[in-house]
Write a protein that binds this ligand. Structure first.
Ligand code: NAD
Length: 333
């Protein structure tokens, strides 16, 4: 059956519209890059924003309309509407429960109400860090309706999101990856195809497992070295030019004055980095999936217990950079 004229019109207008759902610390900056590079000066394109907190969508629209008065920025009342009006839907939500509910209660039902031609031209990109199995279930529900989906979690934090310099780790069918790549390139510098659905998240979780453990051991070594009388800058130079060097020691060193000329979060009271609470979440994703896979995780389990203890005993460190684990150790006898 040939599509009706009305359907062709909807197809054309929906294909010129992109919806961004979840304008939090990361999402706002990612949406900013995407909007300003592709939509700001093209009034025939529409950018749709949606957040459970209406102030976030309002503030995005107001800020950007002031700078680009001819741009078309629409606020969707909810993710259902955001799906109905756009052929590309990007989600950046806190974690598994929110992704599950936004997709099962809004995006998938909205797809079910659309004509097949519109569903087939739909691409969903989820950049949330969440459980691999939940991501696979959600992608399966989306693809069963006839749309395409990739998981595309990010590495690079808020600074990378602001600079449009994120790394995207993408999982899904090759064809869906090819469709998502030009969109992701407007928000990131490295777009890495990791394999089938859920593989982007698997890679992200394994990377953060390494990072979470490394940050703790660097804190331990930097503290022990100082108690042995070493100057932190001397110790950091030794580690960073030797086999112990890693990102946690050379970029995110937790000791003030250990990296002269650089400004890791410890130089700003551990503000502005990757929150300890988010690291605990990621360690939990790693330990849960390791149980399912019967894969040993002795250091991952220990690291998760340490981040959990930090937040339990010093709740104020939950929102600080996870290198503040050093501050927690320092205050212990
Ligand atoms: P955030 O909590 O700041 O943002 C999440 C946004 O989603 C909020 O604006 C919230 O209002 C919105 N939201 C929640 N439920 C919703 C719903 N049902 N419908 C619409 N909007 C809803 O989180 P963030 O720091 O932006 O992180 C987002 C994701 O990126 C997380 O999975 C996190 O683990 C991952 N991540 C974060 C960082 C970082 O440095 N912050 C780095 C890498 C990856």
């Amino acid at each position: 059956m040939r599509p009706s004229t009305r359907c062709l019109q909807s197809l054309a207008s929906r294909s010129k519209s992109t919806s961004f759902i979840g304008l939090g610390k990361m999402g706002y900056e990612m949406a900013h890059n995407l909007f300003s590079k592709q939509f700001a000066k093209s009034p025939d394109l529409q950018f749709v924003v949606c957040d459970v907190n209406p102030d976030s969508s309002r503030s995005f629209r107001e800020n950007f309309l002031e700078r680009y008065p001819n741009a078309r920025i629409k606020i969707a009342a909810d993710p259902h509407e955001a799906t109905a009006v756009s052929s590309t839907i990007i989600t950046m939500l806190p974690s598994s429960p929110q992704v599950k509910s936004v997709y099962s209660d809004a995006i998938v039902p909205a797809l079910s109400q659309l004509p097949a031609e519109l569903v087939q031209s739909t691409l969903c990109i989820d950049s949330t860090t969440l459980d691999v199995d939940v991501a696979r279930d959600v992608a399966s529900a989306v693809t069963q309706r006839g749309a395409q989906m990739v998981d595309a979690p990010v590495s690079g934090g808020v600074t990378g999101a602001k600079a449009g310099a994120l790394s995207f780790l993408v999982g899904g069918p090759q064809q869906s990856f090819d469709l998502s790549r030009p969109i992701l390139s407007l928000m990131g510098q490295r777009i890495i195809y990791c394999g089938s659905s859920g593989s982007g998240l698997a890679a992200k979780i394994c990377n953060n497992l390494v990072l979470g453990v490394e940050q703790i051991v660097v804190a331990e070594a930097m503290l022990l070295g100082q108690r042995l009388g070493l100057d932190p800058a001397v110790l950091a130079t030794v580690i960073n030019s030797s086999t112990g060097g890693c990102w946690s020691s050379s970029v995110n060193n937790p000791v003030p004055s250990a990296l002269p000329g650089k400004s890791p979060p410890c130089e700003r009271g551990y503000e502005g980095g990757f929150a300890t609470a988010l690291m605990l979440k990621d360690m939990g994703l790693a330990t849960d999936i390791a149980v399912n896979q019967r894969s040993p995780l002795p250091l991952g389990n220990a690291a998760k217990a340490i981040y959990s203890e930090v937040i339990e005993k010093k709740p104020e460190l939950g929102t600080k950079d996870f290198s503040s684990v050093y501050q927690y150790f320092e205050k212990q006898s």
